[in-house]
Design a protein around this ligand. Structure first.
Ligand SMILES: [Zn+2]
Ligand SMILES: [Zn+2]
Length: 336
């Protein structure tokens, strides 16, 4: 039997990437009957689907964010390779945030891997990316420009700890995305030997509690709201990026403003936010990681989603593969 080209059975629609023989969508951005979800970030995991297949951690995150069991008609936690309407389906770690998975589809002799968001660098809060050889690889391109090179996260954490030691009279106010980056920065600080309390903006507390419940120890974390007067002087305080410069942050006198993101590679972005200590820590691949991964999958065809698609598609052509920009709507980087 001839192997049909994957684009005859998996293709973008206005609700997202659709697997026709399987009759399911991957990370759809509108409510559908049947969805497979790569991870819990808001641009991938939405509420209102009839049936959701995802990792147990992703399901726990979705329930926490979208009102418990109401978040979908039915949830199915992935346990082992399975068949959905004749399509082989398995989930493999993507190394992006807790519970993040690549979706591996096998149908009539062809293998398609949808990576979701992913990274190759180590992250103590999730399982590492597992390379799966395939015919068609769907990659993200959040940092799909040669200028993007992330620093080793451990090195950035050490810079943060050193700055805390050097500025014992100033609060360090660290902007972090609430799902993934926050917990990764806490664990990195702990691994770098920082064992003092870490204070959290109220918006970060729920997901930190969930991470702890799912087995990621975060040490002594406390709500900022409960801090004694004076306790924040010289302390590490974490908040969502939007709170770095708003009314909430004014309770900290003369803080060292820090921000952990892949975007901190761009000096203008750090300046714009008034960031004194930019930390280049990302939960996405940088440019070299993207190219290495594409190479290693052996895929002859690469589809590129959210981010700088054109530059990467051009590069893929130079690598002797077929690249295609999948202009899927609805993807915005919730955590970067
Ligand atoms: Zn993500
Ligand atoms: Zn994303």
């Amino acid at each position: 039997m001839l192997t049909p080209h994957p684009e005859t059975w998996i293709y973008p629609t206005e609700r997202g990437l659709f697997c026709e023989p399987g009759q399911f969508f991957i990370d759809p951005h509108a409510a559908v009957d049947r969805a497979i979800i790569t991870h819990g970030h808001g641009d991938h995991a939405r509420s209102g689907h009839g049936h959701v297949l995802a990792s147990a951690e992703t399901i726990a995150i979705m329930k926490q964010r979208y009102g418990g069991e109401e978040a979908a008609g039915a949830f199915q936690a992935y346990a082992e390779p399975m068949t959905v309407n004749g399509v082989g389906v398995s989930l493999k770690p993507a190394g992006h945030i807790l519970g993040s998975c690549q979706i591996v589809l096998d149908w009539q002799g062809a293998r398609v891997v949808i990576s979701g968001d992913y990274k190759r660098s180590p992250d103590p809060t999730c399982r590492p990316f597992e390379l799966v050889p395939c015919d068609l690889f769907v990659t993200e391109a959040t940092f799909g420009l040669p200028v993007f090179r992330h620093e080793p996260a451990e090195k950035e954490a050490k810079r943060l700890i050193a700055s805390l030691a050097d500025n014992a009279d100033r609060t360090h106010l660290l902007g972090v995305y609430g799902l993934g980056k926050c917990q990764r920065m806490i664990v990195l600080a702990r691994e770098a030997g920082y064992d003092r309390p870490i204070y959290l903006h109220g918006a970060l507390i729920g997901l930190c509690a969930l991470y702890e419940k799912l087995g990621i120890a975060l040490g002594d974390i406390r709500p900022v709201a409960d801090a004694e007067p004076g306790a924040l002087i010289g302390a590490l305080v974490m908040c969502p990026p939007a709170s770095l410069n708003d009314r909430w942050s004014r309770r900290m006198a003369d803080p060292v403003t820090c921000f952990a993101s892949g975007w901190m590679r761009v000096r203008g972005r750090a300046r714009q936010r008034g960031v004194e200590l930019p930390l280049v820590v990302s939960d996405h691949c940088d440019w070299p990681e993207l190219l290495t991964t594409i190479e290693e999958t052996g895929a002859g065809e690469i589809w590129v989603t959210h981010g700088r698609e054109d530059a990467l598609v051009h590069q893929i052509g130079k690598m002797g593969r077929r690249g295609r920009a999948l202009a899927l709507v609805g993807f915005e980087d919730e955590g970067d």
